[in-house]
Design a protein around this ligand. Structure first.
Ligand code: GLU
Length: 325
């Protein structure tokens, strides 16, 4: 259940400026746009620019220009995580005053050695709580601040996946909300950002489904309302691998599709379970989106992800290109 009854419907798209938008990002952008607009709501754009070393110069502007080219016009000003540090600090203090935070000196190597549990899908290792009762006497450096998690189950209803239940102690253990170097982590930042912006619906890729219980846990501790969630199917390459900036997919950037935006939008609508009529691709992007706004229904989202076929985007990987040579 979401706690936002009576609040203006507000959706958002939150790209990180670490690489150009690809088809998977376009699915998240269009899905969140259609959902917010079909409910008569606002659609916000936020640049998740906390991870400074991984950002590419000029990428934030490139992302915004790409969204505009597809007719994805956001409401209000573009938000930037880098401007919200003071708010993250306040939330951090609220948690600290509740006695829920502690410093941890464990490196990734320490974590791997201490844990017998297998790594999660994203490669993360559940934290076994080595520093929960205090730092060892000879510790070298504080690497993170961790949030205590209990044994309770976090349960929420995802509009596509249905009821999701997770035990945080089993999946991730006490998780980091701040690095020893001072930066706040994605989990804390995203919760504070969404709250500050009055976000009532979070529509994003299925790869973030596993993070949602951590975010709901934080919302509860901080006294924030819980948005509704809808995790969209993931676009994959022909081999079934998720499209990702890190996979070094070549030609996946939407920038290489100039002039083919309408075909891409049609492909994305199909991917989201809609059946656009022949000829819609002749219409301006704004009309194509509007057609989607009046028909989008999360119940029609496919259960599985897959290839989103649009002829101008190659999903060949660098590896498969090399093989072909
Ligand atoms: N910034 C994240 C990303 O680009 C998405 C965050 C979110 O939607 O919660 O993957």
């Amino acid at each position: 259940m979401n706690d936002n009854a009576g609040h203006q419907v507000t959706g958002r798209f939150a790209p990180s400026p670490t690489g150009a938008l690809h088809l998977g990002s376009l699915v998240a952008a269009v899905g969140s746009y259609l959902m917010a607009k079909r409910d008569g709501g606002r659609w916000l754009v936020r640049l998740d620019d906390l991870d400074v070393p991984r950002q590419l110069p000029g990428m934030a502007d490139d992302i915004l220009r790409t969204l505009e080219t597809f007719g994805l016009q956001w409401d209000g000003d573009v938000a930037r995580q880098s401007r919200n540090t003071g708010e993250y600090q306040r939330a951090f203090e609220v948690l600290r005053q509740q006695g829920l935070l502690y410093p941890c000196c464990c490196s990734r190597k320490d974590l791997a050695m201490a844990s017998s549990a297998p790594a999660a899908d994203d490669g993360s290792i559940p934290y076994v709580g080595s520093c929960r009762n205090g730092l060892p006497e000879n510790f070298a450096v504080i690497r993170s601040w961790r949030l205590l998690v209990g044994e309770g189950e976090i349960r929420f209803d995802d509009l596509r996946s249905g009821v999701v239940c997770q035990r945080l102690d089993r999946l991730c253990g006490d998780f980091a909300v701040r690095r020893g170097t001072g930066e706040f982590t994605y989990q804390l930042a995203v919760v504070v950002d969404d709250y500050l912006a009055g976000v009532t619906q979070v529509v994003r890729g299925d790869d973030l489904l596993d993070s949602t219980p951590r975010q709901i846990y934080l919302q509860r501790l901080l006294g924030y309302p819980q948005p509704e969630y809808c995790h969209l199917p993931l676009v994959t390459g022909p081999t079934g691998a998720k499209l990702s900036k890190r996979d070094h997919l070549v030609s996946h950037s939407l920038g290489s599709c100039a002039g083919r935006e309408r075909d891409l939008l049609i492909a994305v609508l199909r991917f989201l379970g809609l059946r656009p009529p022949v000829g819609l691709e002749e219409c301006p992007c704004s009309d194509i989106l509007q057609w989607g706004v009046t028909r989008f229904d999360p119940c029609m989202l496919p259960a599985q992800g897959g290839v989103c076929s649009a002829t101008c985007v190659s999903t060949e990987t660098a590896a498969s290109q090399k093989e072909a040579r």
